[in-house]
Design a protein around this ligand. Structure first.
Ligand SMILES: O=C[C@H](O)COP(=O)(O)O
Length: 249
């Protein structure tokens, strides 16, 4: 399931704010379309009706993920939100593990959703002292993946918060536990080559795909620059992006 260093492509996850941006992202070369409203927070949720519309419109052309919103660390609340989001038909449901609460209890509660076949990705916050020891608990709970992102989008990129060795350890630990691994957090084009060396399964972007900040619209030129940087960094190390399925249908 997860990347083995250098043998699989690192995919480009593009966060999109509405169904028209979802279509645009497909056309511009997104490998994973992430339905997330940047105006509503780090992991802002879309309205349910729009999720359904986008899933119907993308119709299997790309794997689709969606966020449940910036929710408090309440196990019952997160479980209900994961089920509600999954009912729209998205392939992957991303759950933010924000500061506070009992993360292990939340992971354990979400095992019920994983057992129902919902592919869950835990989003740990690099700027909120993430508990890397949570990773085995996520694997035990049946999570599909784990990613590192940032909660405060004004506080700089992922690489400002975490040293390269920490990021490499995060990817390696997730991989060792059979989890899909992703890195994100105000990433810029200059972050791409150093992060691709770590061989996560995907890099996630919003701000870098827009001109004028993450709440502006997707911009074709900015998107093309990110796509080109990922393709250049992949070089001969990876097979062509999109060649291997991320999720089994
Ligand atoms: O999942 C990826 C995120 O949408 C990244 O957003 P950002 O690049 O604005 O931090």
């Amino acid at each position: 399931m997860s990347n083995e260093a250098g043998t699989k492509p690192v995919r480009l996850l593009a966060s999109v704010a509405d169904p028209s941006e979802a279509e645009f992202a497909c056309a511009l070369g997104a490998d994973i379309v992430d339905l997330k409203d940047p105006a509503r927070g780090a992991l802002g949720a879309w309205p349910e009706a729009s999720l359904r519309r986008a899933v119907g419109q993308i119709a299997g052309r790309r794997p689709v993920s969606a966020t449940v919103g910036d929710l408090p660390m309440d196990p019952a609340l997160l479980l209900a939100a994961a089920r509600r989001t999954a009912s729209s038909g998205v392939d992957i449901v991303k759950i933010g593990f924000f500061r506070g609460g009992d993360h292990r209890r939340c992971a354990a509660a979400l095992a019920a959703a994983a057992a129902e076949g919902i592919r869950l990705v835990a989003v740990l916050m690099a700027d909120q002292e993430p508990d890397m020891a949570l990773i085995p608990w996520l694997a035990d709970a049946g999570f599909f993946g784990v990613m590192l992102d940032t909660a405060d989008k004004r506080a700089g990129s992922l690489r400002r918060h975490r040293a390269e060795e920490d990021l490499g350890r995060f990817v390696a630990t997730g991989r060792r536990h059979g989890l899909l691994t992703g890195l994100a957090g105000s990433l810029a084009v200059s972050d791409i080559a150093p992060l691709m060396v770590l061989a996560p399964d995907y890099l996630g972007f919003r701000g870098a795909l827009c001109r004028g900040g993450r709440t502006a619209r997707l911009d074709a030129g900015a998107f093309a620059a990110v796509r080109a940087a990922m393709d250049a960094a992949a070089g001969s190390r990876s097979v062509a992006h999109g060649a291997q399925p991320l999720v089994e249908s």
